[in-house]
Design a protein around this ligand. Structure first.
Ligand SMILES: [Zn+2]
Length: 43
């Protein structure tokens, strides 16, 4: 997984479908897959 691939504005892509995730509180949510990361996951 590449952490410094250019998404520095909080727009991490979904690892499954590469749709830009949106942030909800401390979670990253894919519109297709639901919560992909949350604040308990190490980045
Ligand atoms: Zn997805």
């Amino acid at each position: 997984m590449s952490d410094s691939a250019g998404d520095r504005r909080g727009g991490r892509p979904c690892p499954v479908c590469e749709t830009p995730l949106y942030r909800r509180h401390c979670k990253y949510v894919c519109p297709h897959h639901g919560v992909v990361y949350d604040c308990s996951d190490p980045f």
